[in-house]
Design a protein around this ligand. Structure first.
Ligand code: CTP
Length: 424
C-alpha cells in the first residue's frame, strides 16, 4: 500500500530519493486556464517541483511569462523548442504525476486517440505515472457522445478523469462543465500522489457513509458561545475520499467554512444537540458513521435571550454547565443494524495511546482514530498523524502526512472490517 510522503516538507509526494515530487501541469486552451495558476501556486508552495506544459491555445488565455514566473522553470509548448534536451520524452518520463487542468474537449480527444502533435500530448504518451484530467467545457460539449467516448477510453486505460463541477460557465450560462476549484483539484492530486493507482479504486461504491465534521458551539447568549478549535478539515477529507471511492456521503458540518465536497449531501448544524439529531437521523440505514466532529461535552445551563451585560458594580456570574449526551457512545449502543460500523476520533494531549484504548472501550465503537492535539498539532493544519485502534485488536500507525492520506487509511480499515464480516 502506498504510504504518505516520507519527507514532511513534501506533503503527498512519493519518497523520491533526494528530490521533490515532480509534477507536470498540462494546461489546454480554455478560459479556466486562469484557475490553473492558483493550482500551480498550491503545488509549488507545498514543496512540489512543477513543469508547466501549456498548449499553444492555452497561451491565448494565460501567457508564458506567468507560467514561468509561478513555476520558476522555463515553459515550452512545442517539441521543437530545446530539441537537444529531448523534452517530449524527458518531461513525461520524469514525472510523478501529470495533471491536465483545464482539459478541453479537443485535448481529451487528442489524448484519447494517442495524437502527439505538441509537447503536452507527447508528454501524455511518455508518462508512466498517474495522469489526472480535469475537464472544463460547455455542457453540450461535455455531454456529446464523442467526448463521452473519449473520456471512457482514457478511464479504461487508467487515467483519472475528474467530473466537472456544475455552475457558472464562461458566459451567462450555467451547467455541468466548470473546472472544480483549485483547492479541490489540489486535494485530489495530493491524494493521487500519496496513493498511486489505488486512488481510482471504487471500493465504497454502493455504501452510504455519514461523517460529522467541525466543532460544535454552545451559545451563552445571542453573540457568545463555548466552542473549540476544530476546523473540520479532517472530516471534509474523509468526505472527499469517500466520494472519490464511490460512496454516497452525508456530511454533518458543525460551524465549518470549507467548500462543500462535490457530490455530498451537507447538513449544517451549530450545537451538539443539533449535531446529535442530524447524525442519528442520517445514520438510519447507513453502512458506516464516522464521528470526526469535536463535540462539546458540556453546554451552558442557561442561555440568555439577550446579550449578557458587563456590570461594573459586581464580579461576573459563574457559568453553570450541564452535560451533553455522548453521541458516539449512543450511536455505538443503539445501532439499528449490527453490521453498521461506528468510528470515533479521539483528540488527546497526553498519554495518547493509553487514553485512546480506554476511550475505545468506553465508547463501544469499532474503530477509534487517535491523534495528538496541541497548539500547532492537528487543529486547522493540512496534515495529521494518528493511530487507528480496532476494538478487535489491530493498531495501524499512520505517519505524518496529508489529512486525505489519513482519511484513506480510515476507509481502508472500514473496508477491511466489512470484508472480514463477509469474506469473498
Ligand atoms: N463525542 C461525541 N459526543 C460527545 C463528545 C465526544 O460523540 N459529547 C465523540 C467525538 O466526535 C469523537 C469521540 O467522541 O469521535 C471522542 O471525542 P473526545 O473529545 O476525544 O472525547 P471525550 O468523550 O470528549 O473525552 P475527553 O474529553 O474526556 O477526552
Amino acid at each position: 500500500m502506498a504510504e504518505p510522503a516520507a519527507l514532511p516538507a513534501e506533503p503527498g509526494g512519493p519518497a523520491r530519493p533526494g528530490g521533490r515530487p515532480e509534477v507536470v501541469l498540462g494546461v489546454s486552451g480554455g478560459i479556466a486556464a486562469y484557475k490553473a495558476c492558483e493550482l500551480l501556486r498550491r503545488f509549488t508552495e507545498s514543496g512540489h517541483a512543477v513543469t508547466v506544459v501549456p498548449t499553444a491555445a492555452a497561451l491565448n488565455f494565460v501567457g508564458e511569462a506567468t507560467w514561468s514566473a509561478l513555476s520558476g522553470r522555463p515553459v515550452a509548448t512545442e517539441v521543437w523548442q530545446s530539441v537537444h534536451e529531448v523534452p517530449h520524452v524527458r518531461i513525461g518520463r520524469h514525472a510523478d504525476l501529470v495533471v491536465v487542468a483545464p482539459a478541453t474537449a479537443d485535448l481529451l480527444a487528442r489524448a484519447a486517440h494517442g495524437l502527439a502533435d505538441d509537447l503536452l500530448t507527447n508528454t501524455l504518451l511518455t508518462a508512466r505515472c498517474p495522469v489526472v484530467y480535469a475537464p472544463a467545457m460547455h455542457t453540450e460539449m461535455w455531454e456529446h457522445p464523442a467526448t463521452r467516448e473519449n473520456v471512457a477510453a482514457l478511464r479504461r486505460r487508467g487515467a483519472l478523469v475528474i467530473e466537472p463541477a456544475v455552475g457558472r460557465l464562461t458566459g451567462a450560462d450555467t451547467g455541468k462543465g466548470r473546472l472544480p476549484e483549485p483547492e479541490a483539484l489540489f486535494a485530489f492530486c495530493r491524494r493521487v500522489l500519496a496513493r498511486g493507482p489505488r486512488a481510482a479504486e471504487q471500493d465504497l461504491a454502493g455504501r452510504h457513509v455519514v461523517i460529522s465534521a467541525g466543532g460544535t458551539r454552545e451559545p451563552l447568549d445571542p453573540v457568545r458561545y463555548l466552542g473549540n478549535r476544530s476546523s473540520g478539515k479532517q472530516g471534509y477529507a474523509l468526505a472527499r475520499t469517500a466520494l472519490a471511492r464511490g460512496a454516497r456521503v452525508t456530511l454533518v458540518a458543525a460551524n465549518t467554512e470549507l467548500p462543500d465536497p462535490a457530490g455530498a449531501e451537507v447538513i449544517r448544524v451549530g450545537t451538539a444537540e443539533e449535531l446529535r439529531r442530524a447524525v442519528t437521523g442520517a445514520a438510519r440505514g447507513a453502512d458506516a458513521v464516522v464521528m470526526a466532529a469535536a463535540v462539546a461535552d458540556f453546554r451552558p445551563a442557561d442561555r440568555s435571550g439577550s446579550k449578557i451585560k458587563k456590570r461594573d458594580d459586581r464580579e461576573p456570574d459563574p457559568i453553570g454547565l450541564v452535560r451533553n449526551p455522548d453521541i458516539l457512545a449512543g450511536l455505538a449502543a443503539g445501532r439499528p443494524d449490527p453490521g453498521q460500523l461506528v468510528v470515533g476520533f479521539a483528540a488527546e494531549t497526553d498519554d495518547v495511546l493509553a487514553n485512546g484504548r480506554a476511550k475505545l472501550a468506553r465508547k463501544g465503537c469499532d474503530l477509534l482514530v487517535v491523534n495528538q492535539v496541541g497548539e500547532r498539532l492537528a487543529f486547522g493544519t493540512e496534515e495529521n498523524e494518528a493511530v487507528i485502534l480496532d476494538a478487535r485488536g489491530p493498531e495501524i500507525m499512520v505517519p505524518h502526512g496529508p489529512k486525505e492520506a489519513l482519511a484513506d487509511r480510515v476507509w481502508d480499515a472500514v473496508v477491511a472490517r466489512w470484508d472480514s464480516a463477509h469474506p469473498a
